[in-house]
Design a protein around this ligand. Structure first.
Ligand code: SAH
Length: 370
């Protein structure tokens, strides 16, 4: 665990500085040309950032020394400063609280597993979706993150892995999940830019497999349809949390706009169009949504709407937020829920709750610091 100095400048607002990762290759070339440099310098800069994970302009030895400073200033401004890091699971899970250029706080979580390394990123500072069991939802939306700010969370994690900062020696980031703070599909254009930068092959992007990137949404139906048309193979996760509108209206307030049936139809469309199995997220909340009848209702609904082959249910025992009246379902209840879903022919697992003691994945660290 590293304690970094805490500096809390009051938010000044305004957009984050432009960064190479905000731009596609043609836009980068245009910026470099405007500054009076040959277009190919933009590819060199991209290789430094995405492939070599370089932070120091002095390492850009293929760029003339006099050009390094101005190019780095124009396209590689610092975006995020680490404020605090917390580790758990013997160091295999590490959460970072970041401060943006305007004092905005956001967080990401790096998780090392035997077979993969996953970064959980934030797409917004705060969130406007107001789900009552989620810490981020309680604080409201501060602002959208830029494409560069999303990508930088992954690049910083990739650097940490390369430096061997997590036990197990140097490694590489293989997966990214948009399950940190924010509703990614409410920040559509910037998140789409981030998906392209993460998956574009080197030197234009980080070269992650599209299938290894998961976008998790409360169920913004028009945006799910739009994402299905982007010719991307990214995994879609839908935060359902209840199979019936009466209960879901209270757990995921946006359900009053796009109810369960419409969300599942959109998810089915995504699955058919991309051939990708959709992940259905379901937080198990004791005596709220964990009854055997609801497991059966969920099972019937998913088997009917998505088909057994195209759905996987990810059950997440609730991680109670401070002061919450809700708690996780007891283990026997969790097991029965899984058993019933499997009885409907569905694939269902209880998610490993990494980072519970460091308030992982629920906006709790940033919430505590504001
Ligand atoms: N806005 C996106 C991403 C949010 S976080 C979405 O809603 O999908 C990723 C997942 O964590 C979501 O399924 C969210 O509902 C869930 N989550 C949030 N708070 C939680 C908590 N306290 N316990 C368990 N899961 C939680």
């Amino acid at each position: 665990m590293t304690a970094l100095p805490l500096v809390f400048d009051p938010p000044k607002g305004g957009r984050p500085p432009r960064h190479l990762a905000d731009l596609d290759p043609a836009q980068r070339r245009a910026v470099v040309a405007e500054l009076g440099h040959p277009g190919y310098r933009s590819t060199q800069l991209a290789r430094h950032y995405f492939t070599r994970l370089s932070e120091d302009p002095a390492e850009m030895t293929d760029v003339p020394a006099a050009a390094r400073g101005p190019l780095a200033e124009a396209l590689l401004p610092p975006l995020l400063t680490p404020v605090r890091q917390l580790a758990c699971d013997g160091g295999a899970t590490r959460k970072t609280l970041w401060r943006g250029h305007d004092g905005t706080l956001l967080e990401s979580v790096l998780m090392r597993y035997p077979d993969r390394v996953t970064v959980c990123v934030s797409s917004q500072a705060g969130c406007g979706m107001a789900c009552p069991f989620c810490a981020t939802g309680q604080a409201g939306l501060t602002r959208n993150l830029s494409t560069g700010e999303v990508v930088e969370q992954v690049v910083a994690s990739a650097r940490a892995m390369r430096r061997g900062e997590l036990p197990g020696g140097p490694g590489r980031v293989s997966n990214v999940v948009f399950m940190g703070m924010g509703e990614p599909l409410a920040n559509y254009a910037r998140v789409l830019g981030a998906l392209r930068r993460l998956t574009d092959p080197s030197p234009n992007g980080l070269g992650l497999a599209q299938r290894a990137v998961t976008v998790s949404t409360v169920g913004l139906v028009p945006a799910i349809h739009r994402l299905a048309g982007e010719s991307l193979q990214v995994t879609l996760a839908v935060s359902l949390h209840a199979p019936d509108d009466g209960l879901r209206d209270t757990l995921v307030p946006v359900n009053t706009r796009w109810p369960v049936a419409e969300v599942l139809d959109a998810a089915a469309g995504y699955a058919r169009r991309t051939g990708r199995r959709v992940s259905v997220e379901y937080a198990l909340i004791r005596d709220v949504n964990d009854q055997p009848e609801r497991a059966d209702l969920l099972g019937r609904l998913l088997a009917g709407k998505l088909g057994r082959a195209l759905a996987h249910v990810n059950l997440i025992p609730l991680n109670p937020t401070p002061g919450s009246r809700w708690d996780a379902s007891p283990e026997p209840v969790q097991r029965e829920f899984v058993r019933r879903l499997r009885g409907h022919g569905l694939s269902a697992t209880v998610r490993d709750t990494r980072g519970r003691e460091i308030a992982g994945a629920c906006g709790q660290l940033a919430a505590r610091n504001t």
